[in-house]
Design a protein. Structure first.
Length: 139
């Protein structure tokens, strides 16, 4: 059974500008070989896209969102995870672009903790050679 927000997440491009001057656009259920290669360079086999913007699927003040995202970034850095800035860009244009991060080497459970801590409904998770998955925090 599809959740009310599921189509929003699925109709979003997760855009990842990699440090090697390659930009990868990740879609839910799609493969992402260029991202896989970058993740493998760190000798890891998993990654996630997570943001602190608009917790609970509710539009929040831009400043509040930005402060929460800085806190998330600092936490990721403090935990030692290789991280690159990325954005969630809805294809329909009916929701604002949400800055976030692609985090390398996290497990699904670790990614869930970050997403839950920042009030997110879901996050995107991937393993090299597999499709990007939409993972609900409460699942």
């Amino acid at each position: 059974m599809e959740r009310p927000q599921e189509s929003h997440f699925r109709d979003t491009d997760y855009v990842v500008p990699l440090p090697n001057d390659t930009t990868v656009t990740v879609g839910i259920d799609a493969l992402h070989p260029a991202l896989d290669a970058w993740v493998a360079d760190y000798q890891f086999a998993s990654w996630c896209f997570v943001t602190a913007w608009n917790p609970g699927g509710e539009l929040c003040d831009r400043r509040e969102n930005a402060c929460a995202n800085v806190a998330l970034f600092m936490e990721l850095q403090g935990d030692g995870h290789p991280t690159v800035s990325a954005t969630a860009q809805p294809r329909s244009g009916d929701w604002p672009v949400e800055p976030g991060f692609v985090v390398v080497g996290v497990s699904r459970d670790e990614a869930r903790v970050y997403a839950q801590r920042y009030g997110q409904l879901a996050f995107v998770y991937g393993e090299t050679s597999g499709p990007a998955e939409l993972v609900w925090v409460d699942a």
